[in-house]
Ligand binder design. Structure first.
Ligand SMILES: C[S@@+](CC[C@H](N)C(=O)[O-])C[C@H]1O[C@@H](n2cnc3c(N)ncnc32)[C@H](O)[C@@H]1O
Length: 488
């Protein structure tokens, strides 16, 4: 079942309304009530026609710019946008998930008051199914030179969202194919709840090895003497920067952060580049699939000394739409060398075979640099199906199961290590449901240095350097690699 959407807007937002109509109707194939301006829209009785559309709509999108529209006798002198909101609300009094408010600019006082009146009613969360649309809405508002493209609300709890959520579709599809269901790693981040779990895992959960690793990140001005890994990486980055410097003119660097999460280590790296690598200024473009993580990262960057107002952001699925990264960059950043940062090490979770090549070919410009964090392994050992009971990652890794109405239990949570013929280690976290059903919720690959070297080379990169850095975590050593590779 496709939802029927009502787009509420004043005449000044016709362009945005057309655009959103196009996206929902032509791309998502949702049913959208006619959106043309009111005089031609309702030649007969406007109130009756409007009321009937509002009554038959499942979802309500309102576009706000500066005005709430005219009032009329039949609206009891209430501005038309407020009237539409209240009318729809009367039909769905307790269902906040049906509202999406797109607020493009600071409006007049009446609009501001209206926003504060309605925002408690509007669901402050953002659903996965609308991420692409929101990315485009953001791009659109940037194109219109609107400094302010805010999104309030979402359809998170709406029933048909379950059908729309990619994760459910993907899992259901795979499920028909075979009993082992492999989930794309991106689904781990598909909800505001998931985003919070990820932040907990990396910044506040003291039991989490990831937090320990993240706290000791070596590309950080505040940790005293520069560790060897940073000293060596600096040499390769400096060499690359020097190719672009004309005379003594300082370099303006474009940093494109892929899957930046909450942005904490990306901002540290930007500050480090600024201080250590003779970079005069940095423009940052943050790209992520999770609007919630992106919002945290964008806030962090916007409040920073390094990039400040030169920060832009976009919600893009980098696996599905690598070209969009280049398009957004061209729109939002000045021409000039770009340093792509891909940490996490998210590359170790991505299973798409052509992912690196797609990035190289479609997302990057010639001469751009990739700074990528990967996991390295020395002597991997196979471990079959170990119960992963008190694993600090439990909540985070199992959270997508909730969308399948499965409430995860620890006893069904297993970890397995396999080693391929080249000696690379794969860690799989499985969730066993009933009988033969099992979901592979997270895959992490730790590989030999030569594997990463070849992977980047095969994808068309010139590998300039791979630096190794060992983290000590609860008596264990975890080795990371920092690949520095250039698009020729
Ligand atoms: C392992 S986390 C790494 C976060 C951050 N880079 C760090 O170092 O902590 C993966 C990040 O990539 C994002 N992500 C995963 N798949 C993605 C995709 N297909 N497109 C865009 N972002 C994605 C997630 O939302 C998350 O922020």
């Amino acid at each position: 079942m496709k939802p029927i959407v009502f787009i509420s807007y004043a005449g000044e937002s016709l362009e945005e309304a057309k655009w959103i109509h196009w996206y929902l109707h032509d791309i998502l194939h949702w049913n959208v009530h006619n959106y043309t301006v009111s005089s031609s829209r309702y030649p007969g009785s406007a109130p009756d026609a409007l009321e009937s559309e509002l009554h038959t709509s499942d979802l309500f999108i309102q576009i706000l710019k500066t005005k709430l529209g005219a009032s009329a006798a039949w609206t009891s002198d209430v501005p038309i946008l407020r009237w539409e909101f209240e009318n729809f609300q009367n039909n769905h009094p307790n269902e906040t998930s049906r509202y999406l408010l797109l607020n493009f600019q600071n409006g007049d006082d009446a609009t501001k008051k209206y926003i504060s009146d309605v925002s408690s009613f509007v669901n402050p969360k953002t659903p996965a199914c609308l991420q692409e649309m929101l990315a485009d809405v953001m791009n659109f508002s940037t194109q219109q030179q609107s400094r302010y493209g805010e999104l309030v609300g979402g359809f998170l709890d709406f029933k048909s969202e379950m059908e729309l959520l990619d994760i459910r579709k993907a899992l259901a599809k795979n499920r028909l194919a075979k009993s082992d269901v492999i989930m794309d790693q991106k689904h781990l981040y598909a909800s505001p709840y998931a985003a919070q779990l990820w932040i907990d895992l990396t910044t506040s959960n003291k039991m989490s090895p990831l937090k320990i690793v993240y706290d000791r990140y070596p590309f950080d001005n505040d940790i005293g003497r520069m560790p060897k890994v940073a000293l060596e990486a600096k040499k390769s980055i400096d060499k690359w920067i020097n190719e672009f410097k004309s005379g003594v003119a300082p370099l303006e660097l474009n940093v494109i952060v892929l899957g930046g999460g909450d942005g904490i280590r990306k901002l540290k790296t930007c500050k480090w580049l600024h201080k250590e690598c003779d970079v005069a200024s940095i423009n940052a473009l943050l790209v992520d699939i999770s609007p919630d993580l992106l919002a945290v990262a964008a806030e962090r960057f916007k409040n920073s000394q390094v990039t400040g107002t030169n920060t832009s952001f976009a919600i893009i699925d980098i696996e599905q739409r690598p070209k969009a990264i280049r398009e957004v960059r061209q729109r939002m950043m000045p021409p000039g060398p770009g340093l792509f940062m891909f940490l996490g090490p998210t590359l170790c979770n991505v299973t798409g075979a052509s992912f690196l090549e797609d990035l190289q070919k479609h997302s990057m410009e010639s001469g751009d640099l990739m700074f990528c964090e990967v996991l390295l392994c020395d002597t991997p050992t196979v471990q079959q199906g170990k119960n992963a009971g008190d694993d600090s990652r439990f909540d985070f890794i199992t959270n997508p199961l909730l969308t399948l109405s499965i409430v995860p239990e620890r006893k069904c949570f297993f970890e397995e290590m396999t080693v391929d013929s080249s000696g690379n280690l794969q860690s799989h976290v499985w969730y066993y449901k009933t009988g033969a059903d099992r979901y592979n919720l997270a895959t992490v690959m730790a590989a030999h240095r030569t594997h990463w070297q070849e992977a980047f080379k095969d994808a068309g990169f010139d590998v300039l350097d791979i630096q190794e850095h060992e983290y000590k975590v609860q008596n264990k050593k975890i080795k990371f690699g920092y690949v520095i590779a250039k698009k020729p």
